[in-house]
Design a protein around this ligand. Structure first.
Ligand SMILES: Nc1ncnc2c1ncn2[C@@H]1O[C@H](COP(=O)(O)OP(=O)(O)OP(=O)(O)O)[C@@H](O)[C@H]1O
Ligand SMILES: [Mg+2]
Length: 259
């Protein structure tokens, strides 16, 4: 197990959704999980297994039915809605499965959203936002609006926005789902440069792709709302993923847990 400070500490977490006819779906049924400073954790599992539900709970976008979530030692399950908004703003970067870019803002403004919300002037955020766009091969799109982008370009803007404020907790729901191999690697390398022992940030990456999962330090498999298996890739040297040995280990392991 990776040593150090848990940034995310989850215990016996459950989330039950109630349907319109009163039927219940147990999206998460008793999850225990810690994510440590500097660690990138990948979550894999079939569609409907509870991955997004888990990420949304860690991201303070939803409340658990029962169980606890501590982030940086703070019990966020009990926070009021307003406190959650502030906690999210100050500590969490979230890449949504559905992007959620602001349609009336340019690409550059979308990336710098957290600064714009704080009323900072363009002088304070422009160069940082442009640099992120450049690292993702998007420098030519800075002044466009989201509707003028391809799906893969929108996805990269969503990643840039999540990384822009250098969050201590980075949560990404299939951030490479719409990308070709080269752009997928650019996104994963950028995530890795934000989540490692030097930055001390913790990251959780949901993916269906063994190549993406191989950038993580640890991979967990979710099935029917439970954690069913775990693969540890990096015991000491956090941040070593992405090479062919890791890709092969993850591929074999995912095949063995039939994912
Ligand atoms: N708002 C909701 N209301 C009711 N049921 C929901 C809701 N959100 C998710 N569910 C159900 O909870 C279960 C887990 O959903 P979740 O979105 O977490 O799956 P997932 O693992 O992210 O799937 P995918 O890989 O398709 O994104 C599914 O059965 C889903 O239908
Ligand atoms: Mg999902």
């Amino acid at each position: 197990m990776i040593e150090g400070t848990p940034v995310v500490e989850i215990s016996d977490l459950r989330r039950t959704y109630l349907g319109p006819g009163g039927e219940s779906t147990h999206a998460l049924s008793g999850v225990d999980l810690s994510v440590y400073a500097g660690e990138l954790l990948a979550i894999v599992g079939p569609s409907g297994s509870g991955k997004s539900t888990l990420l949304q709970l860690i991201g303070c976008l939803d409340s658990p039915t029962s169980g606890s979530i501590f982030l940086r030692g703070r019990d966020v399950g009990s926070l009021q809605e307003k406190e959650k908004v502030i906690f999210r703003r100050d500590h969490i970067g979230f890449v949504f499965q559905a992007f959620y870019l602001v349609p009336s803002m340019t690409v550059l403004e979308n990336v710098a959203l957290s600064s714009i919300i704080r009323d900072e002037s363009a002088v304070q955020w422009r160069s940082g936002a442009l640099e992120l766009l450049q690292r993702l091969g998007l420098e030519g799109t800075a002044e466009r609006f989201p509707h003028q982008l391809s799906g893969g370009q929108k996805q990269r803007v969503a990643v840039a926005r999540a990384l822009f404020s250098k969050p201590e907790i980075l949560l990404a729901d299939e951030p490479t789902g719409n990308l070709d191999a080269a752009n997928s690697d650019a996104v994963l390398q950028l995530i890795r440069s934000a989540v490692n022992r030097d930055t001390g940030a913790a990251g959780v990456l949901v993916t269906h792709d063994f190549h993406a999962a191989s950038f993580a330090d640890r991979v967990i498999a979710v099935h029917d709302g439970k954690l069913v298996d775990e693969l540890i890739l990096a015991r000491e040297a956090l941040g070593v993923g992405g090479d062919s040995e890791h890709v092969e280990r993850v591929r074999t392991w995912m095949a063995s847990v039939s994912l």
